[in-house]
Ligand binder design. Structure first.
Ligand code: UDX
Length: 482
């Protein structure tokens, strides 16, 4: 054991997540899993995120739990008052990193201290695929890309050139939305135009959209020594097989939060692994404690999505009229143009008070595993989808952008663990779907959700596919750092 530790201690892995909550959450879990394998780990974020992690994620105690895990930060080039949590902000961050990130990253990769060797392997977020591949080439170290989005969306984006070439794209307006896409290997005849990642919506290939460049960055991952995915074989087997035809190495090590939890139990590390950018309101757990078994619908649209007040009201009416209990995350910045979006409309006050509980940010992983939770109305971000799936909680999906449209299709049509509200925002639909998931079709969805949860847990246990894949990743990191 001591020999193994000493051998791993010669290797230094730097992880660079894209500056978004979902990406930081999942890469932080990967960082801890690798730290458990005794590598030196540097987790590099922007100054802004670093400050938030200090306040809300207690990275001080994480550093104590993992003495070999160090947190560093670099500037994101934006002024302090810049609203970093919307789509325009991501475009700004993306272009800043690509134009100014290189020297900052290079300097950190080349630095060395008495206690720590130089970085021997870079794990870079595929969101910054071109930058990380360029810097790794220049510095002469191997890079592995981490993809925080679902495999289905990554693969659908990776196949973009073929889809345009075979005339399956672009989408020709609203009336074309239900056309089936046939040329996506591994998911033939499952995906309609409306289920494609949002970057394809109404887009001509020459449309000016800074975020659209992330589509093409998928091909940068061909330059990496491998790709790490937050999924497991029983969930995405056919797509992983397709990916293995294109990429040198595919490490499917997810669901990362379940993987870390299972390793931490066996390694008796107890520090919470949350990487929240906001303070979680834990009073909702006390409220949940007093609710009947599987009676509450959890509602959250993730860290970035914004809604108009009109849409918020459709959900609010739908939830109250469903007569079911609900716990709803309404972030202070969630309602477009308002800073108190959670103010209760007078006509819904009674129903909300009777059966609802509203918070600005929840401890989501803990909420989803609470025995009072019976369903999840989600925007289908990949982390939320995996967290629900691992907890065996059926979903109602209301996808907004990025990978969410395709994730919700897989939830309803492939894995059959919930319903897809796709492109509808109507109080009657909300009410009906809540009752379907919580009452009428409860048994059916619960059964398939719990079966999938069992497979997820199996995959991260000794002998499971993700467990073995992480072992392969560890061995690979050791082999390239010699
Ligand atoms: C973004 C994209 O929107 C998403 O489509 C992509 O898959 C990942 O990057 P985000 O919208 O934030 O992420 O959604 P998601 O991936 O679900 O991540 C949100 C994270 O925040 C989850 O890990 C969730 O547990 C956490 N969260 C959310 C909380 O801890 N508390 C909350 O109240 C809400």
């Amino acid at each position: 054991m001591a020999e193994e530790e000493a051998a791993a201690g010669r290797h230094h892995v730097l992880l660079l997540p894209g500056p978004m909550q979902g990406n930081v959450n999942s890469m932080m879990k990967l960082a801890q899993l690798l730290a458990l394998h005794h590598f030196h780990i540097t987790f590099l974020t922007t100054d802004f995120i670093h400050r938030r992690l200090h306040r809300f994620a207690d990275i001080h105690s994480l550093s104590q739990t993992y003495p070999n895990l160090e947190f560093k930060s670099i500037s994101d080039g934006l002024p302090d008052h810049h609203p970093r949590s919307n789509n325009n902000a991501f475009a700004d961050l993306y272009s800043f990193f690509n134009s100014h990130g290189k020297p900052l990253l290079t300097e950190i990769l080349l630095s060395k201290t008495a206690a720590k060797p130089k970085v021997t392997c870079l794990i870079g977020d595929g969101f910054l695929g071109g930058l990380t591949a360029d810097v790794a080439d220049e510095v002469g170290i191997p890079v592995i890309h981490f993809r925080a989005i679902s495999v289905s969306s990554f693969w659908a984006l990776f196949c973009a050139p073929n889809l345009f070439e075979s005339n399956e794209l672009p989408i020709r307006g609203e009336e074309d939305m239900d056309r089936i896409i046939t040329a996506l290997p591994g998911m033939e005849n499952i995906i309609r135009c409306r289920d494609l990642p949002s970057f394809y919506r109404g887009t001509e290939s020459n449309q000016v959209d800074p975020l659209k460049s992330t589509v093409f960055d998928c091909h940068q991952t061909l330059r990496a020594r491998g790709v790490i995915l937050n999924t497991f074989e029983d969930l995405d087997g056919p797509l992983l097989s397709q990916m293995r035809l294109k990429f040198l190495r595919v490490f499917a090590v997810g669901p990362l939060h379940a993987h870390l939890n299972s390793r931490r139990v066996s390694d008796a590390k107890t520090t919470p692994s949350t990487a929240s950018f906001w303070e979680a309101d834990r009073s909702c757990l006390t409220w949940l404690d007093s609710q009947p078994l599987q009676s509450v619908l959890y509602v959250s649209f993730g860290s970035i999505t914004t809604v108009t007040r009109e849409r918020l009201m459709e959900f609010w009416y739908g939830l109250v009229n469903s007569k079911k209990r609900f716990l709803w995350v309404i972030r202070p910045d969630m309602v477009a143009g308002e800073d108190n979006g959670d103010r209760v409309p007078a006509e819904l006050e009674e129903g909300t008070k009777e059966r609802g509980f509203i918070v600005g940010w929840a401890p989501q992983e803990e909420v989803l595993t609470h025995k009072a939770i019976g369903g999840f109305l989600t925007h289908s971000g990949w982390n939320s989808t995996l967290e629900s799936l691992v907890a065996g909680v059926p979903m109602i999906c209301w996808p907004c952008f990025a990978d969410q449209q395709i994730n919700s299709r897989f939830v309803s049509e492939v894995w059959k663990i919930g319903l897809d509200m796709k492109d509808l925002c109507d109080r009657h639909v909300v009410e009906k779907m809540v009752n379907d998931v919580m009452v009428h079709r409860r048994e059916e969805f619960l059964k398939s959700a719990q079966a999938m949860a069992t497979l997820a847990h199996k995959s991260v246990s000794p002998g499971g596919s993700s467990y073995s894949s992480l072992q392969d990743l560890v061995e690979y990191i050791k082999s390239v750092g010699r």
